[in-house]
Design a protein around this ligand. Sequence first.
Ligand SMILES: NC(=O)c1ccc[n+]([C@@H]2O[C@H](COP(=O)([O-])OP(=O)(O)OC[C@H]3O[C@@H](n4cnc5c(N)ncnc54)[C@H](OP(=O)(O)O)[C@@H]3O)[C@@H](O)[C@H]2O)c1
Length: 306
Amino acid sequence: MRKTVLTRKIVIGVINFIVNVVYLIIIFQDPNNKKRQIVMNLGLENKVALVLASSKGLGLACAKGLYKEGANIVICSRSGDNLKIAKEKIEASHSIASNNKIFPIVADLMYEDQIKSLVEKTLNEFGKIDILVHNAGGPPSGPIERITKKEWSNSIELNLRSFIFITEMVIPIMKKQGYGRIIAITSVSVKQPLNNLVLSNTTRLGVVGFAKTLANEYGKDNILVNVVCPGPTLTDRMNELINKMVSDTGKTYEEVEKGWIDPIPLGRLGKPEELANLVLFLASERASYITGTVIQVDGGFVKGLF
Ligand SMILES: NC(=O)c1ccc[n+]([C@@H]2O[C@H](COP(=O)([O-])OP(=O)(O)OC[C@H]3O[C@@H](n4cnc5c(N)ncnc54)[C@H](OP(=O)(O)O)[C@@H]3O)[C@@H](O)[C@H]2O)c1
């Protein structure tokens, strides 16, 4: 009797062992098997994200990341052609959801009527806005004495006023939903002023002040507001800045690029996806107790403590 029980236990043990081995073989042979991947579920599926200035660079990387995590995304820029290319690039990436959409809208963030129409079109298409990623083109570089009155007012409109205006439109929508995430892309210039970039050094601090005030006033409505600060990151904008310095100083491209890289402890420029990773996290369900912060993604470029 005892021998039969023992034999049965051994047989069951052997069967269990074989089943587990077969299971592991199947999982490890299929690279797409989700059970094999250890993932942090960001909870972004079915969310609606409006990502501004997203035909290229940092905005595009954020839009692509959000799409891959299953969010429906609205991409925007001044150019329909650039948006078409951006949409194709995003579509080529794999989304964890099967039916999330990409909706391109042409809008110049310099103009309030175009921002208004951008928000209205987003609502018509998706019926809600869960996530707003504010981004815009960078202001021109140059020393204080060479910046014109027009450049000052353009930078205030594009880099500061567009943020104030669009959040004024989006906050009532998020309040009604009882949910919202707002993330503003600024620059390390808000922590450490950059040479030759007085417009960025000045107007972006207004974004930080406004974002912190939003975080204070709308936390009770479950609207979380944070600012991210890219350091030198390899995009068209970075190329533009380097080329401008090449023509202003007569140095070579490599010399100017080295000047940007030397103060970075990680010894290289950032990649747009590295900034996007933080934006995705702040937009996610996992960042539910983070609001009112100003976080840099800069390879250690900023030398201050906070
Ligand atoms: N890359 C860096 O190292 C770095 C570092 C710190 C801060 N930043 C800041 O981060 C922001 C994004 O930089 P990036 O490097 O991604 O620049 P980028 O590669 O030049 O891309 C800029 C994006 O903004 C769009 N855009 C420009 N002006 C616009 C407007 N008036 N209305 C709507 N869309 C507009 C452009 O699209 P269209 O041309 O198709 O309109 C493009 O999609 C900038 O403000 C930049 O100053 C960048």
